[in-house]
Design a protein around this ligand. Structure first.
Ligand code: PHB
Length: 544
């Protein structure tokens, strides 16, 4: 066996590994499956199979088997002829963010600062010679780019990058220079506008020196004209190492670079002091239960889908799920126990993930997920909304029952409902839903379900809706129209939307509505809630 390479830093070892190509024992289907997820993410979440073929260089039959397997895992879904990323794929990034703990411990501080300043605030971690966002408290403005959780930016074009680079060793600088030479326009960073004309590398080294001296850094329009940011590192308790970097982002129309320093920096520093204290006083992490039955699930799927189910890909992708809060560094045996996979399978999967830069091996022979795992679906999905997330489920429900379905929310004053999504049925005589249209809340099944969750004392009819868990409105709004609705609840159990099916009195009796429609409706609501739970674990998913 060859002697292990003397690696000066983890980054150095990573670079050498990737250049060397996959190790012999790497799991080929896992490498290809991860490639498909990466290409889909870069494309914003949607690609046709032929575009996937071109982007990955794989044969069509391979693309089809990979997407069938990812589809079985509910990581992608077919949408017409396209393949689209599904919210469930966010569980990969969620495992990393939960293990990291920083979003959970610091996110509320960042949000409060954004409210106080009325500016966007972000948290970023170092990712090799880039920075990657792990939290965003975004103020949507007409004039500014805004990045998503999981977006990767080149270190030299950001304020956090100057701060992280103060900790770089010589091999890190070598890696960075090699990347700059190979990619002078930042083509490898789809989240930022291309750099032209290419800039001079020495300016970055100067900014890093200034960041080292000052302990903070500014970005004076490095990404694009108008965009400015000021950043301060949040240090690991008792060390000088940055756990992450907090930034306030603004626009030159609101704050000049000087202004950032005099007005925003002092308040950012106060917030960072509070963040550091939150890290110091955080209770030890509480390991949640490991995911159950993953290995059994993949075996069952293999039986059902046969040749189209690429078991080694599915098994490899269950490995990240073993990580989480209080499970940030796991040994091979711990991963095997958590996933139910054989040790040999886990060893090869970890080796493959390590080669792909998604997992890092520590000297004590434990493994950890890297921020690079956020490349698998997170950025496009972190910007989803409840209506978008619900739409494919509404489509399936409408097709299954041959009845129109809709999703609605209550207007702020609580008197009306507003449709946020809908799927029509393939019938001639059908109800058409117009997204944005409003109806009186009290007269609709959707409205009654939404009103039944409000805290004001409920009239008996609504108390009954709440107790039963559904509302049925029979020809009250319109002669012949029957509609049944159930609540859609968020992680905290609050009703955030209502979902209904409308039918005609001549098509279904009231009993049919309760016995045939209601169970299917409830199952659909469960699926929407499950996607919402996954998607909203570390991101805010608007209800409309
Ligand atoms: C951000 O969008 O949060 C951001 C952008 C550029 C920076 C720092 C933060 O330099």
């Amino acid at each position: 066996m060859p002697a292990p390479m003397p690696a000066k830093t983890a980054l150095d070892a990573d670079a050498a590994r990737v250049e060397a190509g996959p190790p012999d024992e790497a799991v080929g289907p896992l490498v290809r499956g991860v490639g498909v997820l990466r290409r889909l993410t870069e494309a914003g979440g949607t690609l046709s199979p032929s575009a996937l073929e071109r982007a990955t260089g794989l044969a069509r039959s391979t693309v089809d088997r990979i997407t069938a397997t990812l589809s079985r895992m509910d990581y992608v879904r077919p949408d017409g002829r396209d393949v689209v990323l599904a919210p469930r794929v966010m569980e990969l990034g969620n495992a990393y963010l939960a293990a990291l703990r920083l979003p959970a411990l610091l996110g509320a501080h960042a949000d409060a600062l954004a409210d106080e300043l009325d500016e966007s605030v972000s948290l970023a971690v170092a990712d090799l010679d880039g920075i990657r966002f792990i939290h965003q408290a975004t103020r949507h403005r007409a004039m500014s780019v805004s990045f998503r959780i999981g977006d990767l930016l080149p270190a030299e074009r950001t304020a956090p990058g100057s701060l992280f680079a103060t900790e770089w060793t010589e091999p890190d600088w070598t890696r960075w220079r090699a990347r700059r030479a190979a990619d002078p326009t930042d083509a490898a960073f789809p989240a930022v506008p291309p750099l032209h004309p290419p800039t001079d590398d020495s300016a970055f080294a100067e900014r890093v020196e200034r960041a080292r001296r000052d302990g903070w850094a500014v970005d004076d329009q490095l990404i694009e004209p108008g965009l400015v940011a000021v950043s301060v590192p949040v240090r690991h308790p008792g060390t000088s190492r940055a756990a992450c970097v907090a930034s306030v982002v603004s626009h030159t129309s609101r704050h000049s670079a000087t202004d950032l320093r005099t007005t925003l920096l002092p308040r950012l520093r106060t917030a960072v002091t509070a963040m550091e204290s939150a890290l110091r006083t955080a209770p030890p992490p509480e390991p949640g239960p490991p995911p159950a039955g993953l290995a059994t699930w993949t075996t069952a799927s293999k039986h059902q889908l046969g040749r189209d189910f690429v078991e080694s890909l599915a098994r490899g992708l269950t490995v990240p799920a073993a990580f989480g809060e209080g499970r940030s560094a796991l040994s091979l045996s711990e991963v095997a126990r958590a996933t139910g996979l054989a040790r040999a399978t886990v060893r090869r999967a970890l080796l493959t993930h390590e080669h792909l830069g998604l997992v890092r091996a520590h000297p004590d022979r434990t493994y950890a997920l890297t921020p690079r795992i956020l490349d698998l679906g997170f950025p496009p999905l972190s910007r989803t909304t409840l209506p978008r997330l619900a739409e494919p489920h509404l489509r399936l429900l409408a097709d299954r029952l041959h009845e129109p379905t809709a999703l609605a929310v209550l207007t702020p004053d609580g008197t009306e409902i507003q449709y946020t999504a809908g799927a029509s049925a393939s019938r001639v005589l059908t109800v058409h839903i117009t997204v944005g249209a409003r109806l009186p809340a009290a007269a609709t099944s959707l409205g009654r379900v939404l009103l039944a969750d409000t805290t004001t004392p409920l009239p008996p009819a609504l108390a009954e809706v709440r107790a039963r868990g559904y509302a049925l409105v029979d020809e009250e709004l319109e002669s012949g129209l029957r509609s049944i609705a159930v609540p859609v609840r968020d992680r905290s159990g609050r009703t955030v939307a209502a979902l209904n099916v409308a039918t005609h009195a001549a098509r279904r009796t009231l009993e049919d509505c309760v016995h045939q429609v209601l169970p299917t409706l409830r199952t659909t609501a469960d699926h929407i809630e499950s996607d919402l739970r996954t998607a909203s674990r570390f991101t805010h998913i608007p209800a409309s």
